[in-house]
Design a protein around this ligand. Structure first.
Ligand code: UDP
Length: 342
């Protein structure tokens, strides 16, 4: 299949491009490089600079591909803003980029004759779940503008699909981390509110220590429980999602996690089996639910997807990628961080 990956120069987008290329698919990446980097784009993918908020950028790429005789079969959309605190301080920027961005993209797809779209959504659409395991049919009540814009996008997709004969695969991500086995790509900059990047910074000596937010939650060790999924597993689900759309012409909405929960303390302990992580307990962070775990039965049954990487593999690959990147930029850092790779 030929896939247009919008936002394919970012973290999850670039990993998906790697998986698409490995599976033998043709890939065109459209990205405005606002947060991503052209260096993340697989050398076998064709790169076009463009912005999803400008319909002419998308139309130009779709028309050029159609002229080659093999038009784009499916679009994957990763070009969204995703930092929760930023969404709280700049909600209108989130509505413009995420909601208006999807609206423009859909208009271009309808006019360009592309029927299938794989869309990145998030566990943040559930808000503060009342049950610890999230199912796709659960109530959706986002508690921040980021989750709210993703839910608005999900609803837009449903209405647009019904009106224009599109089919969609909406994937709700839980806690994504890790790096591609090649260590050519990984998460190198943003998301510095998230546990794994901050833990890695503490391990690599970029910050003094990790603060573990709260050890008085109603969980076995008192720290919050989350569901961590390897970015390569997540990427593979997108490839399966696209194939599902083209084969079955039936829309899907599925959670993507590992189906297993780990407490923050368990993540820190798993990391400390591989490298040193200075940490200390700190007060709770506002807005953190105690426990968020995905039920992934639907992705298993509909897409035939099964996560293959465990927590160790997530942490090890993430650490190895960041260490490689850091040493490339700051050779003296090796002496300071004293990493003990397992
Ligand atoms: N967390 C932490 N220290 C940090 C960052 C996060 O203890 O420096 C905790 C956070 O309170 C939550 C869990 O790690 O319980 C996962 O947080 P993250 O921001 O990675 O993802 P979220 O589940 O909030 O989207």
């Amino acid at each position: 299949m030929k896939v247009l990956v919008v936002g394919g120069a970012g973290y999850i987008g670039s990993h998906t491009v790697y998986e698409l290329v490995r599976a033998g698919h043709e890939v065109v990446v459209l990205d405005n490089l606002s947060t991503g980097s052209a260096a993340n784009v697989h050398p076998q993918a064709h790169f076009e600079w463009g912005d999803i908020r400008r319909k002419s950028d998308i139309a130009r790429v779709l028309a050029a591909e159609a002229e080659t005789g093999t038009p784009v079969d499916v679009v994957m959309h990763f070009a969204a803003k995703l930092i929760v605190p930023e969404s709280v301080s700049e909600p209108l920027a989130y509505y413009e980029n995420n909601v208006e961005g999807l609206r423009t993209l859909l208009e271009a797809l309808v006019e360009g004759g592309v029927r299938s779209i794989v869309f990145s959504s998030t566990a943040a659409v559930y808000g503060e779940p009342t049950s610890s395991e999230c199912h796709e049919g659960d109530a959706t009540e986002p508690i921040n503008p980021y989750g709210e814009t993703k839910l608005a996008c999900e609803r837009m997709l449903k209405w647009a699909a019904a009106a224009y004969g599109l089919d969609y695969c909406i994937l709700r991500y839980f806690n994504v981390a890790g790096a591609d086995a090649s260590l050519e790509i990984g998460l190198d900059k943003d998301r510095l509110t998230h546990l794994v990047p901050l833990l890695m910074q503490a391990a690599l000596g970029i910050r003094d220590k990790l603060l573990v937010f709260g050890n008085d939650y109603a969980t076995p060790d008192g720290t919050c429980i989350r569901d961590y999924v390897h970015v390569t597993d997540l990427a593979r689900a997108h490839v399966l999602g696209a194939q599902h759309l083209l084969t079955n012409r039936a829309s899907v909405l599925a959670n993507l996690g590992s189906g297993r929960g780990f407490s923050v303390k368990e993540v820190v302990d798993a990391a400390r089996d591989i490298f040193e992580v200075p940490f200390e307990y700190a007060p709770r962070r506002p807005g953190d639910p105690a426990k968020l775990i995905a039920c992934i039965d639907h992705a298993r049954e509909t897409l035939g997807w099964e996560p293959e990487h465990d927590l160790h593999s997530i942490l090890k690959s993430d650490y190895d990628f960041r260490r490689k990147l850091m040493l490339a930029h700051r050779p003296q850092a090796e002496r300071r961080c004293g990493g003990t790779e397992g």
